[in-house]
Design a protein around this ligand. Structure first.
Ligand code: NDP
Ligand code: MG
Ligand code: MG
Length: 340
């Protein structure tokens, strides 16, 4: 089994460093607030006119320009969108780096695919939480943690490894588990996971299930409850107890259907296509396409986002979620918890 680092294995090196978090979005707000609550000295770096500035300030954080935050800091974590990092790195970050500093990423894309090169006198590492930023923050507040991967790509100071691990502890990951990796492994597995399973595979599976029922004449609302809404409940059971834990809670009928139908949906052909997706990631083809797509102003990316938002499954889902939110609000407002 891989070595899993826990809180007790890790020191407090990050507490002796000034940490600049560049970007205050999904990951940025979670890293900044978790580190601050762990006792770190944190500043947020943003561009002039950033929409995130007011939010970071109202969360009690000091906000500087990206260049000032980099000059001020010992450790700089880049948490802007991957596609925006190279330009910001070149103009605001790199000119302000000095010997002994540590540059961190939460995903290896730009280093592994050569979009950013960090000079050899500066330490370079990775702390990649394995989940969305808003959940990283929520778990920390609940006293729990999200697992993270870490990597040391350059240790010019001789202290990089301890500081990187300590950063991972500071965001709460020592409560769950921290595993060592490389930029290459993190980048390729992260891209594969989100494309084949978590985001790409899953959203295609949900849409296909929903469409099959609706095309067969069933009510779209039922199709949504069945194929999309209930997923959360099933995933929670898997998260808590693995597949066996989920199968313990579902009916024997559902479990029998799981064994007999599952392999018909996901078969060897699907796995062949997954291997193709992985090969495109490993060869750099996916990275090249995504970099070029951004150079084209995201033309097809944004068109796709618009088309997907207009799908029937999204419209039905929005209506049903609004009803559920209304119901919950009404229940919270009535003294008998909605029972009267
Ligand atoms: P977001 O898209 O949420 O980041 C948005 C933030 O970046 C906002 O504060 C935005 O400011 C700021 N920003 C945008 N452009 C610039 C700029 N030119 N200069 C300075 N700040 C800018 O990013 P994510 O949190 O999704 O991703 C950050 C990194 O974390 C990526 O490397 C990603 O791969 C990695 N990661 C993300 C995960 C996630 O949960 N999303 C999971 C694990 C890793 P404004 O408000 O003004 O637009
Ligand atoms: Mg990921
Ligand atoms: Mg990712």
């Amino acid at each position: 089994m891989a070595r899993v680092y826990r809180e007790g294995d890790i020191g407090n090196e990050i507490m002796q460093r000034k940490v600049a978090i560049l970007g205050y979005g999904s990951q940025g707000h979670a890293h900044a607030l978790n580190l601050k609550d762990s006792g770190c000295e944190v500043a947020v770096g943003l561009y002039e006119g950033s929409k995130s500035k007011a939010k970071a300030e109202s969360d009690g954080l000091q906000v500087m320009t990206t260049a000032d935050a980099t000059r001020w800091a010992d450790v700089v974590m880049l948490l802007l969108p991957d596609e925006k990092q190279p330009a910001v790195y070149r103009s605001e970050v790199e000119p302000n780096l000095s010997e002994g500093m540590l540059v961190l990423f939460a995903h290896g894309f730009n280093i592994h695919f050569n979009q950013i090169q960090v000079p050899p006198h500066v330490d370079l590492g990775l702390v990649a939480p394995k989940g969305p930023g808003h959940v990283l923050r929520r778990l920390y507040v609940e006293g729990k943690g999200m697992p993270s991967l870490f990597a040391v790509a350059n240790d010019a100071s001789g202290e990089a490894r301890d500081v990187i691990l300590s950063y991972a502890r500071g965001i709460g990951s020592g409560r769950a588990g921290i595993i060592e990796t490389t930029f290459e492994e993190e980048t390729e597995t992260d891209l594969f996971g989100e494309q084949a399973v978590l985001c790409g595979g899953l959203s295609a599976l949900l849409k296909a299930g929903f469409d099959t029922l609706v095309e067969a004449g069933y009510q779209p609302e039922l199709a949504y409850y069945e194929c999309v809404n209930e997923l959360k409940l099933i995933v929670d059971l898997i998260y808590e107890g693995g597949l066996a834990g989920m199968r313990y809670s579902i009916s024997n009928t559902a479990e029998y259907g799981d064994y007999t139908a599952g392999p018909k949906v996901i078969d060897e052909g699907t796995k062949d296509r997954m291997r193709e997706i992985l090969a495109n990631i490993q060869s750099g083809k996916f990275a090249r396409d995504w970099v070029l797509e951004n150079q084209a102003g995201g033309a097809s990316f944004l068109a796709q986002r618009r088309r997907e938002a207009a799908l029937p499954v999204e419209k039905v889902g929005a209506e049903l979620r609004a009803l559920a939110a209304e119901g919950a609000e009404a229940a919270a407002g009535s003294p008998a918890g909605g029972q009267s």
